[in-house]
Design a protein around this ligand. Structure first.
Ligand code: FE
Length: 209
């Protein structure tokens, strides 16, 4: 830190170094079992990811009762599909609409709804995103290729240790009669953070048939 000559001895960034040091210390003191830790990390890297959230969104698109449940108790509605637990204990769903665009940030650190989106992308944890999402949400959205019309109200939700948000994007046009599974294929991670839109119905990999 504080010096910028070339480093040959380590390609780890300072946070990686601290995490490793902590893991080593906790293991040596007997506070954590490295195998249990590996299993947890593997779960979030390979099994628990944005596909979970996509299934929640697809259900909301086809099932008005489920959508209403999401509005009133997102934690329970999401848990009914089998997604719950750590970092998703208090979920709130916010719905994109023609006149309102929601986006999610954690200004303090990197709070993120793990059970539905997996681990946060690097940019979500970066200082520029965290500060600019609040100061200049339109500028940030434009960099992600999202440009809501001037009369669309932007709402920025600040995640905390208490509350995590899931954005429910608008159902793409031309998807009448699609199955939930087909619809879920249109739901991108970024659309559930509010910095992207779902794929459109013509996107080849998702189109039915
Ligand atoms: Fe945070």
């Amino acid at each position: 830190m504080g010096h910028d000559h070339d480093h040959e001895h380590s390609e780890l960034d300072p946070m990686d170094v601290r995490v490793r040091a902590l893991e080593t210390l906790l293991t040596e003191k007997g506070y954590v079992d490295p195998a249990a830790l590996d299993e947890l990390i593997d779960a979030y890297q390979t099994r628990i990811g944005p596909r979970n959230g996509a299934r929640v969104v697809a259900r909301a698109w086809v099932d008005d009762e489920f959508r209403e449940w999401l509005r009133t108790d997102a934690t329970a509605a999401i848990a009914s599909l089998g997604y719950g637990g750590r970092q998703g204990e208090h979920m709130v769903a916010v719905e994109q609409a023609a006149d309102t665009h929601h986006m999610v940030v954690c200004t303090l650190c990197s709070c993120y709804p793990w059970p539905v989106l997996g681990l946060p992308p690097t940019w979500y944890k970066s200082a520029p995103y965290r500060s600019r999402a609040v100061r200049d949400p339109r500028g940030v959205l434009a960099e992600f290729g999202v440009e809501p019309a001037d009369d669309v109200e932007l709402r920025v939700w600040d995640s905390t240790a208490e509350v995590r948000y899931l954005v429910i994007p608008q159902r793409p046009a031309g998807t009448d009669g699609w199955s939930e599974e087909q619809l879920a294929d249109l739901v991108t991670r970024d659309s559930m953070i509010g910095v992207g839109l779902p794929l459109d119905a013509a996107s080849t990999e998702a189109a039915p048939g």
